[in-house]
Design a binder for this molecule. Structure first.
Ligand SMILES: *Cc1c(COP(=O)(O)O)cnc(C)c1O
Length: 418
């Protein structure tokens, strides 16, 4: 469920018409529903109540300060993957003991600042990284908690670019190496190796692969009598973009809770997309329409620099006009919705049946709350768009659109060229 729906032929976000927001905020922009964000978080919270896990929202799906703050304020922890996300997490006022830090390439300064902040633990992904955290922790004279990320070699049944839990990807460590590490705890006097972590991929629609990964990991811990306190089962819960039929939080919980409960470990979940995906839309305006012998195009003011998922993963996002009329369905035609960027790969949707659109019409690209703004760029020297959050009948511009000055911030022309 989400808070985007039609009333009197107008698409609303919570209590506000999107056309009304577009009167004061220039398109394109991202639009988030506070209520949907919190609802999705609470759905997981409720479903997992019997084991009361830490739910650490994956910031890379949406790191807007307002979005992160909204979740933190409602009790969420955070899953971070960089020093930049740590910086944002701190600004959002997160409790350090609710922060976990993953990623294969954490740099010295990033590790240091996370130790200083006092995060719950690192999810370490290599022996080199363990050595690095050990030497920094020693320098601080601190004992630092670390979970080892395991690559359980399961098949997550998702797009190959977002599958992480198969052998052969750069993520995590194989069981044998993990076993070796736990046997050599003495090598790490400043580390408390008190957890294991798996994250097998993203947009996974069925609980099966999660069950596989959890079972494999628990069997491993049992077989080798490895003693840990935490089991971080990662994120990756899929959502509905078009006709998918993803597991609900309730069904997912029903399948995995029995396994987890029996383990007696403290559980951590790292959902990103499940919370933020359908909490946001990308709002864009038709600049031109164009008919060629083979196709009709709607050329819109939002491009692949703003929302890259269609270009990068051939991801499907539902695209709908924010205003329809009684007769809209009679005028439907097949169109490609494309951006202004000079690349053939710059499209938001292909061969979509849409009511006839004209210059100035506004479209909503649905399900754009996760991996939308966070993956945006300045390609073609396009300032990145605004982000807006709706709370009931109010809306707030939570990030101003970038300016041309922002585009060249920090750049100089060397004297030799003057
Ligand atoms: C990306 C990521 C997540 C979140 O994935 P979603 O599919 O958005 O739920 C969780 N944990 C780790 C380690 C990640 O890299």
């Amino acid at each position: 469920m989400h808070e985007f729906g039609f009333k009197d032929n107008e698409l609303y976000c919570e209590g506000i018409k999107i056309t009304d927001i577009a009167k004061t905020v220039d398109t394109p922009f991202y639009l988030y529903s506070y209520k949907t964000l919190v609802d999705h978080y609470k759905k997981l919270k409720t479903a997992f109540k019997p084991i009361n896990p830490l739910i650490a929202f994956s910031m890379k799906s949406n790191s807007s300060l307002a979005v992160v703050r909204a979740l933190v304020k409602n009790g969420a922890g955070l899953d971070i993957v960089s020093g930049g996300e740590l910086y944002r997490a701190r600004l959002a006022g997160v409790d350090p003991k609710k922060v976990v830090y993953a990623g294969v390439g954490k740099k010295t300064e990033e590790i240091s600042s996370a130790i200083e902040f006092g995060i719950l633990f690192f999810n370490a992904e290599s022996e080199d990284e363990l050595d690095e955290i050990q030497s920094i922790a020693a320098r601080f004279g601190k004992k630092v908690s670390v979970a080892i990320r395991i690559n359980p070699d399961v098949i997550p049944k998702t797009h190959r670019y977002i599958a992480t839990g198969k052998g052969g990807t750069k993520f995590g460590l194989d069981f044998e190496t993990v076993h070796k590490i736990f046997n050599m705890r003495w090598k790490y006097p400043n580390l408390n190796l008190n957890g294991v972590h798996v994250h097998i991929g993203s947009q996974i629609l069925d609980a099966g692969p999660f069950e596989d990964a959890i079972k494999k990991t628990l069997d491993f811990l049992k077989t080798y009598k490895i003693d840990v306190e935490y089991f971080n089962i990662g994120g990756g819960l899929g959502i509905m973009y078009s006709v998918e039929n993803p597991q609900t939080a309730k069904n997912f919980a029903k399948r995995v809770i029995p396994l987890l409960k029996k383990s007696g470990l403290k559980i951590i979940l790292e959902p990103g997309r499940f919370i933020s995906g359908n909490s946001g839309v990308f709002v864009t305006r038709v600049i031109y329409t164009k008919r060629t012998p083979r196709k009709k195009f709607l050329i819109v003011d939002g491009g692949m620099n703003d929302l890259i998922r269609p270009s990068l993963y051939e991801a499907y996002h539902k695209i709908i006009p924010v205003k329809v009329s009684e007769h809209s369905s009679e005028t439907c035609e097949k169109v490609d919705i494309v951006g202004p960027i000079c690349e053939s790969g710059d499209f938001l949707g292909k061969e979509r049946l849409l009511p006839q659109a004209v210059k100035g019409d506004i479209l909503a690209v649905m399900g754009a709350g996760a991996y939308g703004f966070t993956m945006s760029s300045n390609y073609n020297s396009r300032p990145r768009p605004a982000e807006v959050m709706v709370m009931g009948k109010n809306y707030y511009v939570v990030r101003k659109p970038e300016t041309y000055e922002d585009l060249v911030k920090g750049e100089t022309i060397p004297k030799a060229l003057k």
